[in-house]
Ligand binder design. Structure first.
Ligand SMILES: *Cc1c(COP(=O)(O)O)cnc(C)c1O
Length: 459
C-alpha cells in the first residue's frame, strides 16, 4: 500500500520539482495546490478529507466517473497480455483493430477509418497533415490556409495552439503560426449586441464566409471548430450558425474539421456534437472521453473521401507517434465504448439526466447575479453579470469568476471559471441526486459570490 506523505510534504515537493500546465508557478507556489488523493464515481477527495462533487469530470474527460472496475480490469489484463507493441512497419494487434471497428460503428457514416494518437493536440496536428496531403494529391496544393476561430481551443502543441483563438498561446516569442486565420466567435452573450440569437448566428456564419472569400476560398484547406466551444467558456452557438456555415464551406470546397474532444462520446446527448448541431465534418478530432480519461489517448476520424484518395494516389503517409494505438489505451477505449453502449448512457443523457439537469440549471438564471444558464446534454455554463439586460461585464480586474470558483470548491462542487462564466461538464453517469446536489451547491455559491460583490460595491 502506498503511504501518502503529509499535505505539507506533497506541497513542498510540488513547489520544488513540478512544473504545472497553464499555471503561474510563482503564484501557485505561494498559495499551495489542493492535493487530490482519490476519486470514485462523480466525487474526488482531497488531502484534507473533503469530498468534492466533480462538476468538470476531471478536465472534461472522465465521462463515466472514476474507479470503474470494468475499465481498470480491461487495461490491467491488456498490460499483462501484451503491454506494448507498435503499429509502425507492417504490424498490428487486435485491440487497435477492435477499437477502430467500434469507432466506425458509432461515428457518422462517412467515417470508417481512424488514426490513433496520444492526445487531442496530437490529433489536430495530425489532421493538418492529412488535409495538406489530401490537397496536394488532389492537385490543389495552393489550398494551404487553415481557419480557426477566436475563442476556439484545439490544444497546446505549436500547431494546435495556432489553430486555437487564445492569443496568449500563440504569441509566444514569435513561434510559427503560418497560414492560420481566425474567424469571429458565435458567442452571442459577449458580441451579439441588439441582434436576436438566431440573427447573430446567421451574421457570424456569413461574416466567416465573407472573410474566407476575402482570403480567397480556393486557398483555404479546412475550417476547424468545436461544435460547442469548451475552454472558451461553453459557448453554445445559435441554431442558425452551424448549418449556414457548413453549407457555405461545402459550396467552397473547404474541408470541415469537427473538434469533438469535448463534445464527442455523448456529451451533447448524441454520440458526437456534429450530430447535435447539423455539421457534416470531413475529420473529427477525438480524445478525452474516448478512454473516459483513464489512459491518455487521442484519435482522428478521417472521412472516406479523404482516405480513399490517399490510399489510391498517395505513398507513405509520413506521420506517426510511437504510442499510436497503444494497447492499454485501446483497452480503456474499448471498455468505455462497451459501457456507453450497454448502459445506453448517451440515450440517458439525451432523454433523462440531461433534460432533468437542464431544467433546474436554466432556473439559475433567476438569480440576480446570473444572465443566462444554458446547457446542452450535460455541458453548461452560468454567465455572471452585473446587468442582465445590458449584459454589462464586470471590470476585468475584479476576478469575479475566480471568486465564484473559490466558493464553489469550498462548497464541495468543482466548477471552472472562464472569465466571468462558470462552466460545468459533469460525468455522464451523474445520478439525479447528484444533479440536485450540483444545483444546491451552485445556488449557495452564487449567493456567497453575490454577497461578496455587494460588499465590494460591484453590485
Ligand atoms: C482539451 C482539448 C484539446 C486538446 O487535447 P489534449 O489531450 O489536451 O491535447 C483539443 N481540442 C479541444 C476541443 C479540447 O477541449
Amino acid at each position: 500500500m502506498t503511504i501518502l506523505n503529509s499535505t505539507a510534504e506533497i506541497r513542498a515537493g510540488d513547489a520544488a520539482h513540478h512544473i504545472h500546465p497553464m499555471t503561474n508557478t510563482r503564484e501557485l507556489n505561494e498559495k499551495g495546490p489542493r492535493v487530490i488523493v482519490s476519486g470514485k464515481g462523480s466525487y474526488v477527495t482531497d488531502s484534507d478529507g473533503n469530498k468534492i462533487l466533480d462538476g468538470m469530470a476531471g478536465l472534461w474527460c472522465n465521462a463515466l466517473g472514476l474507479g470503474r472496475t470494468e475499465i481498470v480490469d480491461a487495461v490491467t489484463k491488456q498490460l499483462q497480455d501484451m503491454s506494448f507493441y507498435n503499429t509502425f512497419f507492417n504490424t498490428t494487434h487486435q485491440p487497435v483493430v477492435d477499437l477502430a471497428k467500434v469507432l466506425s460503428e458509432v461515428t457518422p457514416p462517412q467515417f470508417n477509418r481512424f488514426f490513433f494518437t496520444g492526445s487531442g493536440s496530437d490529433s489536430n496536428d495530425t489532421i493538418l497533415k492529412f488535409a495538406a496531403y489530401y490537397w496536394e494529391l488532389k492537385g490543389e496544393p495552393q489550398r494551404n490556409i487553415f481557419i480557426g476561430r477566436h475563442g476556439g481551443y484545439h490544444g497546446s502543441t505549436v500547431a494546435s495552439a495556432a489553430l486555437g483563438g487564445f492569443e496568449g498561446m500563440h504569441k509566444m516569442n514569435g513561434l510559427p503560426v503560418g497560414n492560420v486565420f481566425h474567424a469571429p466567435s458565435p458567442n452571442w452573450w459577449d458580441f451579439g449586441g441588439d441582434l436576436s440569437r438566431e440573427e447573430f448566428g446567421l451574421k457570424i456564419a456569413n461574416d466567416t464566409l465573407s472573410m474566407i472569400d476575402g482570403i480567397g476560398a480556393n486557398r483555404v484547406a479546412a475550417f476547424i471548430g468545436e461544435p460547442i466551444m469548451g475552454a472558451g467558456g461553453v459557448v453554445i452557438p445559435p441554431a442558425t450558425y452551424w448549418p449556414t456555415l457548413t453549407k457555405g464551406l461545402k459550396e467552397r470546397g473547404i474541408l470541415l474539421i469537427s473538434d469533438e474532444v469535448i463534445c464527442g462520446f455523448g456529451r451533447t446527448g448524441n454520440w458526437f456534437g456534429c450530430e447535435t448541431f447539423g455539421m457534416e465534418p470531413d475529420f473529427m478530432t477525438m480524445a478525452k472521453a474516448l478512454t473516459s480519461g483513464y489512459v491518455p489517448m487521442g484519435a482522428v476520424a478521417v472521412s472516406d473521401k479523404i482516405v480513399d484518395l490517399i490510399i489510391e494516389k498517395g505513398g507513405e503517409f509520413a506521420h506517426g507517434y510511437t504510442y499510436a494505438g497503444h494497447p492499454a489505451g485501446c483497452a480503456a477505449a474499448l471498455a468505455t465504448m462497451n459501457i456507453l453502449r450497454e448502459e445506453a448512457i448517451i440515450e440517458r443523457v439525451r432523454d433523462d439526466i440531461g433534460p432533468y439537469l437542464q431544467k433546474k440549471w436554466a432556473a439559475l438564471a433567476d438569480h440576480p447575479l446570473v444572465g443566462e444558464a444554458p446547457m446542452v446534454g450535460l455541458i453548461g455554463a452560468i454567465q455572471l453579470t452585473a446587468d442582465k439586460v445590458t449584459r454589462k461585464p464586470f471590470p476585468s480586474d475584479a476576478g469575479v469568476g475566480m471568486i465564484c470558483r473559490e466558493h464553489s470548491f469550498n462548497n464541495g462542487l468543482i466548477m471552472r471559471a472562464v472569465g466571468d462564466r462558470m462552466v460545468v461538464a459533469p460525468p455522464l453517469t451523474l445520478s439525479h441526486g447528484e444533479a440536485d446536489e450540483m444545483i444546491e451547491k451552485a445556488i449557495l455559491t452564487l449567493d456567497m459570490t453575490y454577497a461578496d460583490l455587494q460588499a465590494k460595491g460591484l453590485m
